[in-house]
Design a binder for this molecule. Structure first.
Ligand code: AMP
Ligand code: MG
Length: 425
């Protein structure tokens, strides 16, 4: 692929491009093409860390202090200076001081100091003996072994050193990061603004919830699957409802949405019967690529741009919508959001407990249910009904079995790759 190849060139003169066949596009190739046209949205905002979970850092965070910023005790016990001890125990010392976390020393550090976890330790003490190893007699303590120097002392900067890059630009903020930032006294950070995603369902037969169905109609399930998928990705979403198969209305909706959204996702209307129809609209108002992906489910897919807005046309069959979202849109949204590096969906090897039927020629994302057997080995069974309209297969499954293009049917006990639904975000 040429580095500077633009979407317009590919749309207008695909024949120029080697090895590009919109009618037989592998999953990997489709991903690479889409990725070629994506850049992160480079607009930033400053937010408080309590609102920052799952947001993407727009600027690396550098530590402006050491954590901890003072040597302190890791245990409740007695701080001593081991230099005052002979080699052979037992040892007996007088408790000459008391030191609690956040407080000043009471008394002196002359022999032993009663100390609590987190209390600051000055240079004239070099070890803490946990209280469990000490016998107390009035003002005296006895212990058997000489501790090595610095035992149970947490030193300045052992967690974070001043000047250290603690979080990299592009990182998606996790709960531990919030704590880490707070430990540095950092209350606000710079993040990329959320990606704005508008979506709607198309189809004359598709009906919104709350309206009784007439013969031949189905409820709009895709929009709700999408709502769930998008909600897990920390985006700004715009639910544009169901739109009937009417050129003018679809065109107007796409045009309007392309002004305020970074991405438009539609479901339905990209399969063979209707492809030309969406094609006409999108050709008129933007640039569009229609692909037949060698995958199952989810063969038709459209990607393009309307002005600066990215467009994804997903197939209408409910399982196809979800599979194409996971395999193409998810990663695109992560790229746009500024996340870097993007980790591919982890694959795990699992042994088949059932045989599976497959024809070579397409990558299949069959739904499976995995368990970990007592030996720790992953085992997977195929869900019985694999039709692209059978959404129940997603609910009954907990993973995709990813079966490569070249693979045919498999007998029980074969090892296959699986993607756990839990690891998809
Ligand atoms: P299409 O991709 O428009 O040809 O639709 C393929 C199949 O998916 C048809 O049976 C549609 O009725 C069904 N379908 C399309 N959109 C939806 C939707 N939003 N919810 C449920 N089923 C849908
Ligand atoms: Mg349709």
């Amino acid at each position: 692929m040429k580095k500077d190849l633009s979407l317009s060139t590919l749309v207008s003169d695909a024949a120029m491009v080697n090895d590009y066949d919109p009618n037989a596009m592998s999953v990997e190739k489709a991903k690479t093409w889409i990725n070629h046209f994506l850049h992160n949205i480079d607009q930033k905002e400053s937010i408080h860390i309590k609102d920052a979970l799952h947001r993407v850092l727009a600027k690396s965070v550098i530590a402006t202090m050491n954590v901890p910023n003072h040597d302190n005790s890791a245990m409740d016990g007695y701080a001593i200076n081991t230099e005052q001890l002979d080699e052979q125990g037992p040892f007996s010392l007088r408790v000459t001081g008391k030191l609690f976390a956040g407080n000043k020393l009471e008394g002196t550090t002359k022999e032993a100091v009663r100390i609590m976890t987190g209390a600051s330790i000055s240079k004239d003490m070099n070890a803490v003996i946990p209280q469990e190893y000490v016998e107390v007699n009035g003002d005296n303590i006895t212990f058997q072994q000489k501790p090595p120097a610095m035992q149970n002392i947490r030193t300045v900067g052992e967690d974070i050193k001043i000047g250290q890059t603690i979080l990299q630009k592009g990182r998606r903020i996790e709960p531990c990061d919030l704590g880490l930032l707070a430990s540095l006294g950092i209350g606000s950070i710079e993040v990329y603004r959320k990606v704005k995603v508008a979506f709607f369902s198309t189809g004359d037969e598709i009906i919104s919830l709350g309206t009784p169905l007439l013969p031949g109609q189905v409820y709009d399930s895709n929009r709700y699957s999408l709502i769930g998928l998008l909600q897990r990705m920390d985006l700004e979403t715009f639910d544009l409802g169901v739109i009937v198969d009417d050129k003018k209305i679809i065109e107007d909706t796409l045009k309007k949405a392309s002004v305020f959204a970074d991405v438009i996702i539609t479901t339905g209307g990209v399969s063979v019967g209707e492809a030309d129809y969406m094609k006409d609209i999108l050709k008129k108002i933007g640039e569009i690529l229609f692909w037949k992906i060698s995958m199952k489910p989810g063969r038709p897919l459209a990607y393009g741009k309307i002005g600066g807005c990215h467009y994804f046309g997903l197939p209408g069959n409910p399982v196809s919508t979800m599979v194409t979202f996971y395999q193409f849109v998810r990663e695109a949204l992560l790229t746009l959001s500024g996340e870097s590096p993007i980790h591919p969906i982890p694959m795990i090897k699992a042994k088949l407990l059932t045989s599976i039927k497959k024809m070579p020629g397409r990558t299949e994302f069959q739904r499976g249910f995995f368990v970990q057997n007592p030996q720790g080995e992953f085992n997977v069974s195929a869900i019985k009904d694999q039709g692209s309209g059978i959404l129940r297969s997603m609910t009954e499954a907990n993973c995709f079995m990813v079966l490569p293009e070249s693979m045919g049917s498999l007998e029980k006990d074969y090892w296959v790759d699986i993607q756990l639904f839990d690891s998809l975000f």
